[in-house]
Design a protein around this ligand. Structure first.
Ligand code: FAD
Length: 257
Protein backbone atom coordinates (compact mmCIF):
# COMPACT_ATOMS: atom_id res chain seq x y z
CA UNK A 1 0.00 0.00 0.00
CA UNK A 2 1.41 3.47 -0.88
CA UNK A 3 2.84 5.19 2.18
CA UNK A 4 0.98 8.42 1.23
CA UNK A 5 -2.28 6.62 2.04
CA UNK A 6 -0.97 5.47 5.42
CA UNK A 7 0.11 9.03 6.05
CA UNK A 8 -3.37 10.34 5.14
CA UNK A 9 -4.86 7.93 7.73
CA UNK A 10 -2.41 9.20 10.34
CA UNK A 11 -3.16 12.83 9.43
CA UNK A 12 -6.90 12.20 9.66
CA UNK A 13 -6.51 10.52 13.05
CA UNK A 14 -4.41 13.43 14.29
CA UNK A 15 -7.03 15.95 13.15
CA UNK A 16 -9.75 13.96 14.91
CA UNK A 17 -7.54 13.34 17.94
CA UNK A 18 -8.02 9.58 17.68
CA UNK A 19 -5.86 6.61 16.65
CA UNK A 20 -4.80 5.31 13.23
CA UNK A 21 -4.17 1.57 13.25
CA UNK A 22 -3.25 -1.03 10.67
CA UNK A 23 -5.45 -4.05 11.46
CA UNK A 24 -5.36 -7.61 10.18
CA UNK A 25 -8.49 -9.42 9.02
CA UNK A 26 -8.66 -12.43 11.34
CA UNK A 27 -11.91 -13.81 9.98
CA UNK A 28 -14.74 -13.09 7.57
CA UNK A 29 -18.07 -14.84 8.10
CA UNK A 30 -21.39 -14.42 6.31
CA UNK A 31 -23.81 -14.26 9.25
CA UNK A 32 -26.95 -13.93 7.12
CA UNK A 33 -27.95 -13.06 3.55
CA UNK A 34 -27.37 -9.33 4.29
CA UNK A 35 -24.71 -9.20 7.01
CA UNK A 36 -21.06 -10.21 7.09
CA UNK A 37 -18.98 -10.30 10.24
CA UNK A 38 -15.38 -9.14 10.00
CA UNK A 39 -13.01 -9.56 12.93
CA UNK A 40 -9.99 -7.24 12.92
CA UNK A 41 -6.87 -7.57 15.05
CA UNK A 42 -4.63 -4.77 16.31
CA UNK A 43 -4.99 -1.85 18.76
CA UNK A 44 -8.54 -3.14 19.26
CA UNK A 45 -9.40 -1.62 22.63
CA UNK A 46 -8.12 1.84 21.71
CA UNK A 47 -9.83 1.84 18.29
CA UNK A 48 -13.16 0.44 19.53
CA UNK A 49 -13.87 3.12 22.15
CA UNK A 50 -17.14 2.84 24.04
CA UNK A 51 -20.55 1.39 23.07
CA UNK A 52 -21.98 3.59 20.32
CA UNK A 53 -18.56 4.24 18.75
CA UNK A 54 -17.50 3.23 15.26
CA UNK A 55 -14.32 2.96 13.21
CA UNK A 56 -13.43 4.36 9.83
CA UNK A 57 -12.02 1.87 7.32
CA UNK A 58 -9.98 2.71 4.23
CA UNK A 59 -11.44 0.42 1.56
CA UNK A 60 -10.52 -0.12 -2.08
CA UNK A 61 -6.92 0.87 -1.30
CA UNK A 62 -5.50 -0.04 -4.70
CA UNK A 63 -8.11 1.29 -7.14
CA UNK A 64 -10.06 4.12 -5.57
CA UNK A 65 -9.34 4.49 -1.85
CA UNK A 66 -12.28 5.72 0.19
CA UNK A 67 -13.28 5.76 3.86
CA UNK A 68 -16.40 4.17 5.29
CA UNK A 69 -17.65 3.99 8.89
CA UNK A 70 -18.78 0.87 10.76
CA UNK A 71 -19.99 0.49 14.33
CA UNK A 72 -18.04 -1.78 16.61
CA UNK A 73 -20.17 -4.80 17.54
CA UNK A 74 -17.81 -6.04 20.24
CA UNK A 75 -14.23 -5.93 21.40
CA UNK A 76 -12.10 -8.70 22.89
CA UNK A 77 -9.21 -7.15 24.84
CA UNK A 78 -7.42 -10.46 25.38
CA UNK A 79 -7.44 -11.42 21.72
CA UNK A 80 -6.86 -7.77 20.71
CA UNK A 81 -9.77 -8.00 18.26
CA UNK A 82 -12.79 -5.93 17.36
CA UNK A 83 -15.85 -7.21 15.50
CA UNK A 84 -17.86 -5.45 12.80
CA UNK A 85 -21.18 -6.45 11.21
CA UNK A 86 -21.25 -5.05 7.68
CA UNK A 87 -24.34 -4.91 5.45
CA UNK A 88 -23.74 -6.48 2.05
CA UNK A 89 -27.25 -5.90 0.67
CA UNK A 90 -26.13 -3.23 -1.82
CA UNK A 91 -23.27 -2.44 -4.21
CA UNK A 92 -20.52 -0.21 -2.82
CA UNK A 93 -16.76 -0.43 -2.17
CA UNK A 94 -17.21 -1.31 1.51
CA UNK A 95 -19.86 -3.96 0.81
CA UNK A 96 -17.58 -5.46 -1.86
CA UNK A 97 -14.64 -5.46 0.57
CA UNK A 98 -16.77 -7.18 3.23
CA UNK A 99 -17.86 -9.84 0.75
CA UNK A 100 -14.32 -10.76 -0.24
CA UNK A 101 -11.68 -9.53 2.26
CA UNK A 102 -9.08 -12.32 2.51
CA UNK A 103 -8.13 -13.52 5.98
CA UNK A 104 -4.67 -12.18 6.77
CA UNK A 105 -5.11 -9.04 4.66
CA UNK A 106 -4.60 -5.64 6.27
CA UNK A 107 -6.60 -2.43 6.38
CA UNK A 108 -6.18 1.12 7.73
CA UNK A 109 -8.56 1.81 10.62
CA UNK A 110 -9.17 5.19 12.26
CA UNK A 111 -11.07 5.38 15.53
CA UNK A 112 -12.85 5.59 17.80
CA UNK A 113 -15.46 7.79 16.09
CA UNK A 114 -18.99 8.72 17.06
CA UNK A 115 -20.76 10.94 19.55
CA UNK A 116 -23.83 8.93 20.57
CA UNK A 117 -23.22 6.99 23.76
CA UNK A 118 -25.89 5.24 25.84
CA UNK A 119 -28.14 7.66 27.76
CA UNK A 120 -27.59 6.24 31.22
CA UNK A 121 -30.41 8.32 32.71
CA UNK A 122 -33.05 6.55 30.59
CA UNK A 123 -35.35 3.84 31.99
CA UNK A 124 -35.96 2.40 28.54
CA UNK A 125 -34.04 2.53 25.28
CA UNK A 126 -35.70 2.32 21.87
CA UNK A 127 -33.51 1.29 18.92
CA UNK A 128 -34.98 1.81 15.44
CA UNK A 129 -33.12 0.96 12.23
CA UNK A 130 -32.19 -1.80 9.82
CA UNK A 131 -29.53 -4.49 9.45
CA UNK A 132 -26.78 -1.86 9.20
CA UNK A 133 -27.60 -0.68 12.73
CA UNK A 134 -27.70 -4.05 14.50
CA UNK A 135 -24.03 -3.96 15.57
CA UNK A 136 -24.38 -0.54 17.21
CA UNK A 137 -27.76 -1.39 18.75
CA UNK A 138 -26.61 -4.65 20.34
CA UNK A 139 -23.37 -3.20 21.74
CA UNK A 140 -25.27 -0.24 23.21
CA UNK A 141 -28.00 -2.48 24.65
CA UNK A 142 -25.46 -4.86 26.16
CA UNK A 143 -24.15 -1.91 28.17
CA UNK A 144 -27.54 -1.12 29.76
CA UNK A 145 -27.53 -1.66 33.50
CA UNK A 146 -30.04 -4.12 34.93
CA UNK A 147 -32.91 -3.49 35.48
CA UNK A 148 -33.46 -1.61 32.27
CA UNK A 149 -35.37 -2.09 29.08
CA UNK A 150 -34.31 -2.35 25.44
CA UNK A 151 -36.76 -2.34 22.55
CA UNK A 152 -35.57 -3.02 19.02
CA UNK A 153 -37.61 -2.19 15.92
CA UNK A 154 -35.50 -3.32 13.00
CA UNK A 155 -36.39 -3.72 9.34
CA UNK A 156 -34.89 -6.77 7.64
CA UNK A 157 -34.26 -7.53 3.99
CA UNK A 158 -34.46 -11.29 4.61
CA UNK A 159 -36.00 -13.33 7.46
CA UNK A 160 -32.59 -14.90 8.18
CA UNK A 161 -31.18 -11.42 8.98
CA UNK A 162 -32.97 -11.60 12.35
CA UNK A 163 -29.72 -12.02 14.29
CA UNK A 164 -30.00 -11.93 18.06
CA UNK A 165 -27.59 -11.19 20.91
CA UNK A 166 -27.17 -12.40 24.50
CA UNK A 167 -28.26 -9.92 27.18
CA UNK A 168 -27.87 -9.78 30.95
CA UNK A 169 -30.57 -11.59 32.87
CA UNK A 170 -32.96 -9.00 34.27
CA UNK A 171 -32.84 -6.75 31.22
CA UNK A 172 -36.27 -6.42 29.60
CA UNK A 173 -35.80 -7.03 25.88
CA UNK A 174 -38.42 -6.67 23.15
CA UNK A 175 -37.60 -7.22 19.49
CA UNK A 176 -39.88 -6.28 16.63
CA UNK A 177 -38.41 -7.41 13.32
CA UNK A 178 -40.20 -5.94 10.33
CA UNK A 179 -40.02 -7.72 6.96
CA UNK A 180 -39.06 -5.19 4.27
CA UNK A 181 -41.20 -7.09 1.79
CA UNK A 182 -39.34 -5.70 -1.20
CA UNK A 183 -39.95 -2.04 -0.30
CA UNK A 184 -37.23 0.48 -1.12
CA UNK A 185 -34.67 1.31 1.59
CA UNK A 186 -36.02 4.88 1.76
CA UNK A 187 -39.63 3.77 2.29
CA UNK A 188 -40.46 4.43 5.97
CA UNK A 189 -43.78 2.55 6.01
CA UNK A 190 -42.38 -0.71 7.42
CA UNK A 191 -40.68 0.92 10.43
CA UNK A 192 -43.66 3.23 10.98
CA UNK A 193 -45.83 0.10 11.19
CA UNK A 194 -43.42 -1.46 13.69
CA UNK A 195 -43.44 1.73 15.73
CA UNK A 196 -47.24 1.80 15.76
CA UNK A 197 -47.16 -1.62 17.46
CA UNK A 198 -45.15 -0.21 20.36
CA UNK A 199 -46.69 1.93 23.11
CA UNK A 200 -44.14 4.37 24.55
CA UNK A 201 -43.76 3.59 28.27
CA UNK A 202 -44.68 6.45 30.63
CA UNK A 203 -41.25 6.73 32.31
CA UNK A 204 -38.12 8.33 30.79
CA UNK A 205 -36.82 6.83 27.57
CA UNK A 206 -34.25 7.50 24.87
CA UNK A 207 -34.55 6.63 21.18
CA UNK A 208 -31.58 5.81 18.95
CA UNK A 209 -32.39 6.09 15.25
CA UNK A 210 -29.59 4.75 13.01
CA UNK A 211 -30.26 3.94 9.37
CA UNK A 212 -31.36 5.40 6.05
CA UNK A 213 -31.26 9.22 5.95
CA UNK A 214 -34.88 10.08 5.08
CA UNK A 215 -36.44 7.11 6.89
CA UNK A 216 -34.77 8.10 10.16
CA UNK A 217 -36.11 11.67 9.82
CA UNK A 218 -39.65 10.37 9.34
CA UNK A 219 -39.29 8.13 12.39
CA UNK A 220 -38.00 11.06 14.46
CA UNK A 221 -41.04 13.14 13.49
CA UNK A 222 -43.34 10.23 14.37
CA UNK A 223 -41.74 9.90 17.82
CA UNK A 224 -41.94 13.65 18.47
CA UNK A 225 -45.61 13.57 17.41
CA UNK A 226 -46.15 10.85 19.99
CA UNK A 227 -44.69 13.02 22.71
CA UNK A 228 -41.04 12.00 22.95
CA UNK A 229 -38.83 15.01 23.70
CA UNK A 230 -36.40 15.81 20.83
CA UNK A 231 -33.58 15.88 23.36
CA UNK A 232 -34.28 12.22 24.01
CA UNK A 233 -33.80 11.22 20.38
CA UNK A 234 -30.35 10.52 18.92
CA UNK A 235 -30.41 10.27 15.14
CA UNK A 236 -27.53 9.22 12.91
CA UNK A 237 -27.97 8.79 9.17
CA UNK A 238 -25.89 5.78 8.15
CA UNK A 239 -26.50 5.95 4.39
CA UNK A 240 -28.78 7.63 1.86
CA UNK A 241 -30.59 5.86 -0.96
CA UNK A 242 -29.18 6.70 -4.38
CA UNK A 243 -25.94 8.28 -3.10
CA UNK A 244 -22.62 6.88 -2.01
CA UNK A 245 -21.42 8.12 1.38
CA UNK A 246 -18.96 11.02 1.32
CA UNK A 247 -15.26 11.20 2.19
CA UNK A 248 -16.24 11.68 5.85
CA UNK A 249 -17.97 8.27 5.74
CA UNK A 250 -21.42 9.83 6.05
CA UNK A 251 -24.32 10.53 3.67
CA UNK A 252 -24.76 14.12 2.51
CA UNK A 253 -27.35 16.27 4.29
CA UNK A 254 -28.10 18.34 1.18
CA UNK A 255 -31.71 18.92 0.09
CA UNK A 256 -33.03 17.43 3.29
CA UNK A 257 -36.81 17.71 3.57
C1 FAD B 1 -21.45 6.29 12.33
C2 FAD B 1 -21.80 5.22 11.32
C3 FAD B 1 -21.82 3.88 11.71
C4 FAD B 1 -22.18 2.88 10.79
N1 FAD B 1 -22.19 1.56 11.18
C5 FAD B 1 -22.50 0.59 10.29
C6 FAD B 1 -22.48 -0.80 10.67
O1 FAD B 1 -22.13 -1.19 11.78
N2 FAD B 1 -22.81 -1.72 9.71
C7 FAD B 1 -23.18 -1.35 8.43
O2 FAD B 1 -23.49 -2.22 7.62
N3 FAD B 1 -23.21 -0.05 8.07
C8 FAD B 1 -22.87 0.91 8.96
N4 FAD B 1 -22.88 2.22 8.56
C9 FAD B 1 -23.34 2.54 7.22
C10 FAD B 1 -22.24 2.37 6.17
O3 FAD B 1 -21.13 3.17 6.50
C11 FAD B 1 -22.88 2.79 4.82
O4 FAD B 1 -23.90 1.88 4.50
C12 FAD B 1 -21.91 2.92 3.67
O5 FAD B 1 -22.59 3.65 2.66
C13 FAD B 1 -21.45 1.61 3.10
O6 FAD B 1 -20.47 1.89 2.12
P1 FAD B 1 -20.44 1.21 0.69
O7 FAD B 1 -19.10 1.55 0.15
O8 FAD B 1 -20.82 -0.24 0.80
O9 FAD B 1 -21.62 1.94 -0.11
P2 FAD B 1 -21.61 3.44 -0.74
O10 FAD B 1 -20.56 3.56 -1.78
O11 FAD B 1 -21.60 4.44 0.35
O12 FAD B 1 -23.06 3.46 -1.43
C14 FAD B 1 -23.30 2.78 -2.67
C15 FAD B 1 -24.80 2.62 -2.85
O13 FAD B 1 -25.33 1.70 -1.89
C16 FAD B 1 -26.37 2.28 -1.13
N5 FAD B 1 -26.21 1.83 0.27
C17 FAD B 1 -25.17 2.08 1.09
N6 FAD B 1 -25.32 1.47 2.27
C18 FAD B 1 -26.50 0.81 2.19
C19 FAD B 1 -27.22 0.00 3.11
N7 FAD B 1 -26.75 -0.28 4.35
N8 FAD B 1 -28.39 -0.53 2.72
C20 FAD B 1 -28.88 -0.26 1.49
N9 FAD B 1 -28.25 0.51 0.58
C21 FAD B 1 -27.06 1.03 0.92
C22 FAD B 1 -26.20 3.80 -1.28
O14 FAD B 1 -27.44 4.46 -1.19
C23 FAD B 1 -25.59 3.91 -2.67
O15 FAD B 1 -26.62 3.93 -3.64
C24 FAD B 1 -22.52 3.23 9.46
C25 FAD B 1 -22.48 4.58 9.06
C26 FAD B 1 -22.13 5.57 9.98
C27 FAD B 1 -22.11 7.01 9.54
Amino acid sequence: MPSALHQSSRDLAERLDVLAGRCRVVSRTDLSPSLTEIILMGDAVALAGVPGNDVMLLVDEDASPTRRRFSVREVDPEADTLTLWIATNHEGPAARWARSAPEGSEIDVVGPRGKIPLDESADWHLFVGDVSSLAAFYRLAQSIEVPGRAVFIVELDHPDDALTAPFDEGLGVTGIFVDRGGRAHNDPSGLLGGLAAFALPPDEGHAYLFGEFSVMRVIRTALVDRGLDKARISLKAFYRVGEANGANGEPSKENAA
